[in-house]
Design a protein around this ligand. Structure first.
Ligand code: NAD
Length: 161
């Protein structure tokens, strides 16, 4: 427990010092304002699969209409649709859609895909926060197994156990 807390304090320091970045995955109504808020204090990578959105955000055009173009234009977020740019991130916030299909079945494909992308970028001590709305159990039963399966760090740890 003590080691865990120390790791988290180290990560906080790394983020505050600009050695590590926060990545926001999914830049819609939830992710974009979060990314802007964090970018006032830390290095932020704003990642979205939609190249059209990223191009507009890079130009300082706020497609959500919630923040305004000036705020977006003046922020320091590194907007990208290239997951290779997530390499330096150690704190991930996932804010992708979880729409409900007919029969009240939630569509988890976006969050599964985002978990794969984040899993492949995880390093020791990284933290992943899921902001997307899900029913109880999705994080543990759906997302974490994908994070583990796609994490090289986790695979290497298993090999050396
Ligand atoms: N809007 C709200 O007020 C609100 C409040 C609380 C929670 N939520 C939850 O937060 C989540 C996001 O909501 P939203 O309104 O921001 O959705 P949104 O549709 O506005 O934005 C989601 C973004 O995620 C992107 N995306 C999809 N798959 C991706 C992937 N694999 N990798 C990267 N980007 C990806 C989409 O291109 C889109 O830009 C939902 O689960 C929602 O229920 C929303």
């Amino acid at each position: 427990m003590g080691l865990f807390i120390e790791e988290k304090i180290d990560l906080y320091e790394e983020i505050v010092n600009g050695q590590a970045s926060i990545a926001v995955v999914g830049l819609g109504y939830v992710g974009l304002p979060l990314a802007v808020a964090f970018s006032k204090k830390a290095k932020v990578i704003g990642f979205d699969l939609s190249e059209r959105k990223i191009t507009e955000y890079q130009k300082g055009i706020d497609l959500t209409g919630d923040l305004g173009n000036t705020v977006l234009h003046d922020c320091s977020i590194q907007f990208t649709s290239d997951s290779n740019n997530l390499e330096n991130a150690k704190f991930f916030i996932v804010a992708v859609p979880t729409p409900v299909q007919s029969g009240n079945i939630p569509d988890l494909t976006y969050i599964q895909n985002a978990s794969q992308i984040v899993g492949s970028k995880l390093t020791k001590g990284a933290i992943v926060v899921f902001e997307s709305t899900v029913y109880p159990g999705v994080t543990e039963d759906v997302c974490i197994p994908i994070l583990e399966a796609d994490s090289w760090f986790f695979i290497i740890r298993l090999l050396y156990q």
